[in-house]
Design a protein around this ligand. Structure first.
Ligand SMILES: Cc1cc2nc3c(=O)[nH]c(=O)nc-3n(C[C@H](O)[C@H](O)[C@H](O)COP(=O)(O)OP(=O)(O)OC[C@H]3O[C@@H](n4cnc5c(N)ncnc54)[C@H](O)[C@@H]3O)c2cc1C
Length: 114
């Protein structure tokens, strides 16, 4: 991708297809590098779909580097236990504790945790 300079006075914009996680992260990174991004998104609006979003440490580091960490630092809940359950009966299949690593995580504890 190259940002071609147009005629004198024109602003060269770097076009990006898609305003999802990847597109917006790339747009922020381009702006930090001094390149003006133009994000082209097909969806008329972003709407909540009712799903939570899990972020591993590498994603949190990348968002912090991009300066996009304020929201998750304010709203995120720490996961202490990971469980897999049956779709039909909700019976526990496996569980593993994330507590030893989570103790050093920056996010605050889940409100439902003791
Ligand atoms: C049910 C579900 C749960 C998930 N949970 C997690 C999670 O907890 N943690 C996690 O890290 N990841 C999770 N993921 C994965 C994560 O959502 C994707 O890895 C991530 O969204 C990919 O980002 P992206 O920008 O590449 O694509 P997308 O987020 O899909 O964004 C692509 C965007 O491009 C737009 N677009 C497509 N074609 C065009 C076009 N021709 N012109 C203009 N715009 C276009 C689309 O409308 C869309 O907005 C989950 C995914 C699913 C489906």
């Amino acid at each position: 991708m190259g940002a071609d300079a147009g005629q004198a006075g024109e602003v060269a914009l770097e076009p990006l297809a898609g305003g999802g996680t990847g597109g917006l992260a790339t747009a922020i990174a381009l702006r930090k590098a001094g390149i003006d991004p133009l994000v082209l998104e097909q969806a008329p609006a972003f709407t909540a779909i009712g799903a939570g979003l899990g972020l591993y440490a590498n994603a949190m580091k990348a968002l912090t580097y991009l300066g996009a960490d304020a929201y998750w630092r304010e709203t995120a809940a720490r996961i202490d236990v990971s469980e897999q359950r049956g779709l039909g009966d909700d019976q526990l299949i496996t569980a593993s504790s994330l507590a030893p690593r989570a103790d050093s995580a920056p996010a605050r504890r889940a409100r439902s945790s003791p």
